[in-house]
Design a protein around this ligand. Structure first.
Ligand code: GLN
Length: 503
């Protein structure tokens, strides 16, 4: 604890050195998370004999709950645990969840998943908030830092997303692992990497100075009375009580609808209550944060077609003209692959532009994010012009669409994390980061609805009909994205006013 916050934030060069440790903890956590997420649908169908539709609905429900819990995790971090303890507690729950699944995935499937949902809620928003605290509020290098951190996220996603399912299916190490043990090992791997993430974090803590300390800690940046121990233990117990509730909620898809319709309005009411307690300048910034959060729902709603309708499109309508690769594999991991290389480059581009005073501000970056997303979807639409009469089109061209969509993601997602930390008052950082991810929960939810709307091809329709229906849908989504981008850019003077000195 020998570094002061000032010493940390006054770092020389492009990145603070602590970012690397947070990068690795988050990378392993995302390995665990995406490793598990990548196995869910396949495991439910092939091992638990779920119907396709049921498996998809339950998958959607887990995703919605995971991101909804980030709000709870962020809130408790602000009020009681602090970022570090929250992260540690979340990591422990994720390890327990993965171990339960490793022990007997067939019997304890939903129990293991419920632990992971709650654990991710405590881990995910709070590590991102700590990255934000490595920077002074107006440090123009923050977006580049978040872009680098985002590369770590995607490196974990790519490795976990590929390795876990490949082991489970026996495609990797199939000769060494007996058939009956493959899924246990695959889930066990998620537990092992999560342990690495936490060990790495324990060593990181030493270099974090006062960042992430519990409220009430004598050295904490936000001064408050010492936190009574019962409150801390109360949070731990409460989060365990959530587990059986989540198990139930995930297993009945209609509950997700009720949940989504209630949790959003309640969260907004709570936010307005917190907004009534801050200064008027802080309140304006929170309004600006809310604009970004609301737009991001639309972004993720369109973007997250990748897990739904685009995976069906990839399976039915794409050839293997890209190095003979499997179209679904490319759809699942192409984005993460591009991000690993592009995120640091785009981060450096922001720094380069900032030095020349030509860096676009956050609203314009968001607007560009939507415009790239829209262009990417127009490219998806255009795949129809390369199709043969059987409705099979080019994977190469599809991959170009992924690249353009990824550029959009990089203008919005890491920038969103960064702006949340800049616009939130000190005592609301975790909660606002949680709200940012809650928007992703709604995005996933909206994505499912949009995807279902796209799947209007009739029984007996040919692959060619499906191609036309899907690509027509993508054209419409492209248009919505471009319109959203233009609206954001038009709104920019107004949002800028709310943001005040923040860029
Ligand atoms: N892919 C990113 C991550 O896993 C963003 C997720 C999101 O906000 N929807 O962190």
């Amino acid at each position: 604890m020998n570094l002061t916050l000032d010493e940390i934030q006054n770092f020389k060069g492009k990145y603070p050195k602590q970012i690397w440790s947070l990068f690795f903890s988050e990378m392993w956590e995302r390995f665990c998370f995406y490793g598990m997420r990548g196995m869910l649908v396949f495991f439910m169908i092939s091992q638990l004999n779920f119907h396709e539709k049921e498996a998809n609905l339950q998958y959607g429900a887990t995703q919605a709950f995971v991101y909804a819990f980030t709000f709870v995790g962020g809130l408790f971090a602000d009020k009681i645990l602090g970022f570090r303890k929250s992260l540690f507690w979340g990591g422990l729950l994720m390890i327990v969840g993965s171990l339960i699944l490793a022990t007997d995935p067939h019997k304890f499937f939903f129990l293991g998943i419920a632990f992971t949902v709650v654990g991710t809620g405590f881990f995910k928003p709070n590590i991102s908030s700590m990255v934000g605290q490595l920077y002074k509020p107006n440090d123009s290098r923050a977006d580049a830092g978040f872009s680098l951190f985002y590369a770590g996220i995607n490196l974990g996603a790519l490795l976990g997303g590929y390795l876990c399912i490949a082991i489970g299916k026996g495609e990797l190490f199939g000769d060494f692992i007996s058939e009956g043990m493959r899924w246990n090992i695959a889930f066990g791997l998620a537990a092992v990497v999560m342990v690495i993430s936490l060990i790495n974090f324990v060593f990181t803590q030493r270099s974090l100075g006062t960042i992430g300390l519990q409220p009430g800690h004598p050295l904490s940046e936000v001064k408050s009375a010492t936190m009574p121990k019962w409150k801390e233990y109360g949070v731990y117990i409460l989060s365990l009580l959530f587990i059986p509730i989540i198990m139930k909620m995930v297993s009945v898809p209609e509950y997700t609808d009720y949940f989504m319709w209630t949790v959003g309005p309640l969260t907004l009411i709570y936010l307005f209550f917190e907004m009534s307690k801050v200064t008027s300048s802080e309140r304006k910034k929170l309004w600006a944060a809310l604009v970004f959060i609301l737009f991001s729902i639309l972004f993720w709603g369109i973007y997250e077609q990748s897990g739904g309708s685009l995976s069906i499109f990839a399976a039915k309508n794409l050839n293997k003209d890209l190095l003979g690769l499997d179209p679904n594999g490319v759809n699942n991991s192409g984005g993460a692959f591009f991000i690993i290389f592009l995120a640091p480059l785009i981060g450096l581009l922001w720094i380069w532009m900032s030095k020349r005073k030509i860096e676009p501000n956050t609203i314009i970056k968001f607007g560009l994010g939507f415009i790239f997303l829209g262009l990417g979807y127009y490219v998806l639409f255009a795949t129809r012009f390369f199709a043969n009469l059987q409705g099979i089109t080019s994977l190469n061209f599809f991959t170009i669409a992924l690249l353009v969509i990824t550029l959009g993601e990089l203008c919005l997602s890491p920038i969103g994390l960064s702006i949340m930390t800049k616009l939130s008052s000190k005592n609301l950082q975790g909660m606002m980061m949680g709200m940012w991810f809650l928007a992703s929960a709604y995005g996933q939810y909206v994505a499912g609805i949009i995807g279902a709307g796209l799947a209007t091809t009739k029984e007996g329709a040919t692959n060619y009909d499906a191609l036309i229906t899907y690509t027509e849908g993508y054209k419409q989504l492209a248009l919505y994205a471009v319109i959203a981008g233009v609206v954001l850019i038009l709104l920019s003077p107004f949002v800028k006013k709310l943001m005040q000195e923040v860029k």
